[in-house]
Design a protein around this ligand. Structure first.
Ligand code: FUB
Length: 309
């Protein structure tokens, strides 16, 4: 193949992943936030908080929504697949916030912050449901569980290669708890995630919300938002329970009050999903999900994204 055509193909690949070609593009014209991307059977599913159906003055939607794509270019709106009402124990005015999905033993487990003080778990045989409440009570309940923190929201589940499973959540203080292999019961106490200062410049950042963990080349990368507004920053460690050492900023402040990220491998690349104000009429309560490629330098440090404002 000639060099010219190789260059043309590289450019075409870049443009295919249109978010690399310039301004961030939302995956849908509908307002959505808090992306939770997962690959099931070669399809990327993004589970989301539905900002389209909120009041516009608060995150008071009661629906979770899903999108899917095989190429990160053509997206299918899979609709509102779950309402907080699936959890009979939810308060009448409970809101549906940043969700998480995990697959194990052929089942799909959907972790759902309900009303800001509880996390429920629903289960289904398919990535889009139908889901039923897995245990008939909250998995995490601020009123019942020691050390659940002020606001147990933003669940994130990490299943290690050896099967050990960890649930992260929380605002202001990051929390982690082991889950049993059944994915619906706690296997130990709720712990605080410790983030220590960078050994090179002594820096760290306050934890706000949106805990997320991924592993690369034997290192665990713990990412989170620093607050309201927040930067997305990261710390690294040698075990899913930490401690993690602060490293630096991935995504700078946006022009909205929240920032919420997730990282996924798909089609041979690492993708960083987040939300921003991208559509006409968008603001802090009417957010849009987008993504860009995530890159590391030769020392394994994450290269800060240039989508920062
Ligand atoms: O969407 C409601 C809340 O806003 C989420 O739980 C937070 O992560 C923030 O994005």
């Amino acid at each position: 193949m000639q060099l010219k055509s190789i260059h043309f193909m590289s450019l075409a690949m870049l443009l295919l992943y249109s978010n690399l070609s310039g301004a961030a593009e939302p995956i849908t014209k509908r307002f959505n936030a808090d992306p939770s991307p997962h690959v099931f059977d070669n399809t990327l599913f993004v589970y989301a908080t539905d900002d389209q159906s909120n009041s516009g003055t608060y995150w008071d939607s009661t629906e979770w929504r899903a999108y899917s794509s095989k190429d990160l270019k053509n997206w299918q709106d899979q609709g509102s697949f779950l309402n907080v009402k699936v959890f009979k124990w939810a308060d009448d005015n409970a809101k549906a916030w940043a969700p998480e999905m995990a697959k194990r033993n052929g089942k799909y487990y959907f972790y759902a912050p309900v009303g800001g003080d509880k996390i429920g778990v629903a289960v289904a045989d398919n990535p889009l449901g139908p889901f039923v409440d897995a245990i008939g009570k909250p998995l995490i309940d601020k009123a019942q569980d020691v050390n659940a923190g002020d606001e147990p929201i933003d669940p994130m589940v990490y299943v290690a290669e050896n099967g050990e499973t960890f649930l992260y959540f929380g605002t202001r203080v990051p929390k982690v708890v082991r889950l049993n292999a059944d994915m619906v019961s706690l296997a130990g106490p709720i712990l605080d995630v410790e983030i220590t200062r960078s050994p090179t410049n002594g820096e760290t950042k306050p934890y706000g919300e949106a805990p997320f963990i991924h592993k690369k080349d034997g290192t665990y990368y713990f990412t989170f938002s620093t607050g309201w507004p927040g930067q997305i920053v990261y710390a690294t460690g040698e075990h899913p329970l930490g401690p993690f050492t602060y490293q630096g900023v991935i995504l700078d402040y946006l022009e909205i009050s929240t920032n919420h990220q997730a990282i996924v491998e798909f089609n041979g690349q690492t993708w960083f999903f987040y939300h921003d104000k991208l559509l006409p009429g968008g603001d802090s309560h009417k957010r849009s999900i987008t993504y860009t490629q995530l890159n590391y330098n030769s020392q394994g440090q994450i290269i800060q994204l240039d989508t920062a404002k």
